[in-house]
Design a protein around this ligand. Sequence first.
Ligand code: SF4
Ligand code: SF4
Length: 419
Amino acid sequence: MAKPIGPACNLDCAYCFYLEKQALFDSGENFRMSDEVLTAFIHKHVEAQPTPVVEFVWQGGEPTLLGVDFFRRVVELQRSFAGRKIIRNSLQTNGTLLTDEWCRFLKRHHFMVGISLDGPHEIHDRYRRNRQGQGSFDAVMRGMKLLQKHGVEYNVMASVARETARRPLEVYRFFREQGVEFIQFVPIIERLPAAAERELGLNLAGPAVLDREERNTEVTPWTILPEEYGDFLIAIYEEWVRSDVGKTFIMNFEWALNAWLGNPCPVCIHAKQCGRSVVIEHNGDLFACDHYVYPQYKLGNILTDDLTQMVEASLQTGFGIGKETALPRWCRECDVLKACQGGCPKHRFAQSHYDEPGLHYLCSGYRKFFRHIRKYLRAITTLLENGHSASLVMEAVKGPLVIRPGAGAAGKQNGGRAG
Ligand code: SF4
Ligand code: SF4
């Protein structure tokens, strides 16, 4: 993941953990990745990948502040270093600066766009405002409509703050009405800063300590409450499983099914170990992960250090496997561990019921959700194993369903057994 404009953004969202990172740089910093750093990064990243497909994720702050020409240069450099490799690009944006010109570019070069939209007007504007305090909803919607008009592949990333979590169906139905097909829900979790973070000029706490009791557990007022996150996902799942399977793709649900089927999780938070998802700042500094952009987690710099060695060092020094080895007993004995894997270490600041440190803040919500959907995952797995479409689960939830193995279709019969 690259942050070519560092933490700089045209919005000032209340819950953002990127913006405050400006305090970690000199006051005169312009946060624009130089051509020297960009060239070194693209060259080294393409070269370091053993796979035929190389992925780039462009994130901010707000990367569109750099203008289309910056990304024209990105594509030009990627072409010159790609050789026989295929390059894929994703761009995470708040959508407010998108134009026809941007969308033509994104479409032409097959960028996958993630657009940040939290829900209908009032819900979105509660936290996502500009520096003048004005909501960004209208500008984001204009951006999303442009993406739709130009046929750019996109998904919606919806942050779920405390108030949002209490209005699950309003959020979900809004996205459906807007024709959004791919959605990812991201729970907002932030703690108030401890003395060490305050000294650095930060307003939010950094990653949790896992090996001893975390004293600093006070969360911000917009942080979601654990059980309410479970309830939020459950309410949406209950509606989705009745009417939208195969039409709307909710990444959080796809990951759970994936885990149930025994496949590795494509997203790090529910994977066994932290992946190789290193992040590069605009000045070439490399960090182990987007959640760990703090001076003590710096791996090196792209201009002076070897990329492969920096990544290996991060994995071997415990960051990668630490996610699994630091799991408390409460997690290791948990009946939904396969789907949850203990969540992101940054947010493991709770004490478990065995009074151990390192339990994820959202544990009770995760548990509630994964336990609740087990019956549906079982049904979907049975359908898939018998050669049917997962969308038949929408019939199964209405009543008894008989599945004929390998028939490619299922008959709903009174008195039959549920699939
Ligand atoms: S620390 Fe959290 S966000 Fe970072 S790679 Fe691990 S699970 Fe993912
Ligand atoms: S639900 Fe809770 S106990 Fe179970 S794996 Fe997740 S965080 Fe650990």
